[in-house]
Structure formats: structure tokens, C-alpha cells
Design a protein around this ligand. Structure first.
Ligand code: ADP
Length: 421
């Protein structure tokens, strides 16, 4: 048998999924980060990685051909020449990079995706300014890079999804000149296409975990791209809307679209581009007014064929980036009808309008015309909302084939080996 293992390190936990050559799931394992506390975060990740692989039945483990790992975008760490972490990892949402924004603006081109306090490059410059980058032999790695290193033993290798917010140019497949001139360039990882086999697992890991010696470790990706890959969307014009706490759109396009004002940028996906944006509206606002049970019951009572004329902009607090760029945009949740079902109808309708405006904006900026939308996240199961969205967006809305990022990463580990096995 030929099996492929995808491992997802998300924000609240980690998950592993093994698929076979027909993409059927053969094994799954989960690890919650709830119990992780203390100071050795990288050590906790290592434990999570080995625990996940250890949960996979031995008869499956020994048939695994390839492994890929996804991590949260812009979660980074500094390691020595042997790959040992030199300080605590810096998490995706850590804003300490604010202190180096002036330096960042002086080196990066205007409107570049690295110009954010949480970008990987901002974190690198912060480490450098705080004199933690002391040797040319150090490595600056993303979470996924480091976890893969634990399996293949070669520090200093990344992929162009994780490396986008480090400044890597996925079009020219190189670090741009303005980065090449930085003294820190020597510690930046070599960048491969996601899914590229890097090396076989080390003998030590093979023996420890029961994997075969020739099992390959492949370049990884980020958690949100892995979730897109899992959805089943794969042609230009196909999109995935994530209806989680926030509303996130991703549209597969022939063309690359970038507009930092709206937080829009594109990841390379083979010869295509995955373009997208994230709005602050979404399920978190619904949860402010309704329990999940109420959402389900009240949704069944409303008629999705009829348009609600209530025109809200549901936000938890002022400020929006996409599809309206206004850091002071005030939430609009008035007038509030007496009947809860009407209020919910207005909220679902308004979020669907914002989704529609989002896809319209991506297309106005040059993305390929939208043809289908797959849906992921907690709101995907709401059939009434799906019907409202289909009416607003005028394209077929399909459930995602799979929603687990680990599944998308398992597909990635298989993608370049299909012809070889
Ligand atoms: P995240 O991972 O972003 O926190 P999830 O994908 O787990 O979010 O989705 C959680 C969200 O889904 C909640 O904010 C909740 O309001 C929303 N949700 C849950 N059930 C429903 C439902 N039946 N209809 C619409 N939204 C729902």
C-alpha cells in the first residue's frame, strides 16, 4: 500500500491524517494545545508531532511514503546550526514587529505584503535589533520548516507559501534584491515549491516511530492554504469561503492580485494564484447574539428565498479591512426588529452581501471570474444561509469535500509522488 501523511499545526491544536493513493482517509490523530503552558513551546510542538505520529496504527505507519506538515503562517523561530531553538518561537499574532516598522518601510517596496507588524520579516528584524541574531550559521525558520526538520534533519529549508511574508518572491522564485542586501540574508531558509520532496526521514526517526527508512519528508505549506487544498477546489474561478469567527475568501485565479490597502495578496499554487482577503465580519458576531442551537433553530424558520432588506455591517468592534478598507468603520446593527428570526435573517443576508462584495472586489482587481464557491467553517452547515448566499452571489455553492487542513497537507505530500509510486 502507498500511504501519505499530512500534519496540521493550527492555532488551537494539531492533527494528522493519513490518506491512501485514492485519497481515502486511512487514519486520523489529534492533539490539543489546551494543556500546553510554560516556557518550552518548541519542545511542546516536538511532543505534539511525535504523539500524533505515535497514535497512527503500526500497520499503516510502515506503509507511509511521504509526509508534509503545515503550520500557522508567520509563526517563526531562530535556531542554531544544529536546528536547536535559541529562543522561544514568535507566534503568528505577536505584534512586537511594530517596533521595527520604520526600518521595514525603509527597505521593502511600498505596499509589500511584509509591511505588517506580524509578518515573518518584521519578526526577523526584531530578533536582529534585539541582538539575538549573532551568527551567520543560525537559521530563521517557520513553524512548519522546523517541524519538518525534526523528521529529515536538514535545517534551513522552507516553502514559498510560508516564505511569502518573509519577502520571498514566488513569481521569480528568489529572494528580491532589497532582501539580498540585508546582513540577515545568510540565515534565511532555502525555499522550495510546497510538496517538493526534501529528504528521507533520518534513521533515528524511522527507528523511533516505525516509519520506513525511505519515507520522504516534503516541503510544507500554511494552515489556511492547506484548508483550501482540502476543499476540493482546484480550477481557476473556484473559491473557498470560510464562515468561521471571521469571513475569509480565497479565489483561485490565473492572475496574481495584490492590494495591501485591502489586505489582498496572492499565494502561488503551481501555475495559478490563490488570491484572497479577510473581513472582520462573520460568525463571531452571530455568536454575540445567538447560541449555536438558536442559530440552527431560527435559521430553519426563515425563508431564504425572500431577501431581507435589513442592511447591516455586522462587526464586533469598529474597523474593517476587506472589502471596505476603513480602520474606523462603525458596526451597523440597527434597526433591530422585535422578532429574533428577522434579526438573524438580516445578519445572514448582510454577511452574504459582504461576501458578494468581496468576490466582486477580487475580480475588479483582476482575479479570474468566480464560478463556484466551496464553503468551510462553522457556518457551512447552515443550509438556509447557503440558500441566501446562492441567491446573493449567483454561483453554485458546494460543501467542501474536506475541511481539515491536515487532509489538504496529505494531498500535498502525495502531489509530487503520484507518478513515482
Ligand atoms: P473558527 O475556527 O474561526 O473559530 P469555526 O469554523 O469553528 O470558527 O466556526 C465557528 C463559528 O460558526 C461561530 O462563530 C458560530 O457563530 C458559527 N456557527 C455555528 N453554527 C452555526 C450555524 N448553524 N449557522 C451559522 N453560523 C454558525
Amino acid at each position: 500500500m502507498n500511504f501519505y501523511l499530512g500534519i496540521d499545526f493550527g492555532t488551537s491544536g494539531a492533527r494528522a491524517i493519513v490518506i491512501d493513493s485514492d485519497n481515502i482517509i486511512q487514519a486520523e490523530a489529534q492533539y490539543s494545545f489546551a494543556s500546553i503552558s510554560g516556557t518550552d513551546l518548541a519542545g511542546s510542538w516536538r511532543n505534539a508531532l511525535f504523539s500524533l505520529i505515535g497514535q497512527i496504527p503500526q500497520e499503516i505507519i510502515k506503509e507511509i511514503n511521504a509526509i508534509a506538515i503545515n503550520g500557522t503562517s508567520s509563526t517563526v523561530l531562530l535556531c542554531d546550526a544544529d536546528g536547536n531553538p535559541l529562543a522561544e518561537p514568535i507566534l503568528y499574532n505577536d505584534g512586537r514587529g511594530l517596533a521595527v516598522m520604520a526600518q521595514l518601510k525603509a527597505i521593502a517596496p511600498p505596499n509589500h505584503v511584509v509591511l505588517s507588524a506580524t509578518s515573518s520579516l518584521a519578526k526577523l528584524l526584531w530578533l536582529s535589533q534585539n541582538s539575538q541574531v549573532k551568527s551567520k550559521n543560525y537559521y530563521f525558520l517557520h513553524q512548519a520548516d522546523w517541524l519538518a526538520f525534526l523528521l529529515h534533519g536538514k535545517p534551513g529549508i522552507s516553502d514559498y507559501h510560508n516564505a511569502l511574508k518573509l519577502g520571498y518572491n514566488p513569481e521569480t522564485l528568489s529572494y528580491p534584491d532589497w532582501l539580498q542586501n540585508l546582513p540577515e540574508i545568510s540565515i534565511l531558509p532555502q525555499v522550495l515549491a510546497p510538496g517538493t520532496p526534501i529528504a528521507e526521514i533520518t534513521v533515528e526517526i524511522a527507528n523511533k516511530l516505525g516509519l520506513t527508512r525511505n519515507c520522504l519528508v516534503c516541503a510544507g505549506t500554511t494552515d489556511s492554504i492547506a484548508a483550501f487544498l482540502a476543499s476540493g477546489a482546484n480550477s481557476p474561478g473556484e473559491a473557498v469561503t470560510s464562515l468561521g469567527s471571521t469571513l475569509v475568501l480565497k479565489l483561485l485565479s490565473y492572475t496574481r492580485v495584490e492590494d495591501i490597502r485591502y489586505g489582498i495578496y496572492s499565494h502561488r499554487l503551481g501555475d495559478l494564484w490563490l488570491t484572497g482577503g479577510a473581513s472582520n465580519t462573520g460568525g463571531a458576531v452571530l455568536r454575540e447574539f445567538f447560541s449555536d442551537n438558536e442559530l440552527e433553530c431560527l435559521s430553519r424558520e426563515l425563508n431564504p428565498k425572500k431577501e431581507s432588506l435589513l442592511d447591516y455591517y455586522p462587526l464586533l468592534k469598529p474597523g474593517e479591512r476587506f472589502p471596505i478598507n476603513d480602520p474606523n468603520l462603525t458596526p451597523r446593527l440597527e434597526p433591530k426588529p422585535a422578532r429574533s428570526v428577522e434579526f438573524l435573517h438580516g445578519l445572514l443576508e448582510s454577511i452574504a452581501r459582504i461576501e458578494g462584495r468581496g468576490y466582486q472586489l477580487l475580480q475588479e482587481l483582476g482575479a479570474t471570474r468566480l464560478t463556484h464557491i466551496y464553503t468551510a467553517g462553522g457556518g457551512a452547515k447552515n443550509m438556509t444561509w447557503t440558500a441566501i448566499r446562492a441567491r446573493q452571489l449567483q454561483v453554485p455553492i458546494l460543501p467542501s469535500a474536506h475541511t481539515a487542513a491536515a487532509y489538504g497537507t496529505a494531498l500535498l505530500s502525495k502531489s509530487q509522488l503520484d507518478g513515482l509510486s
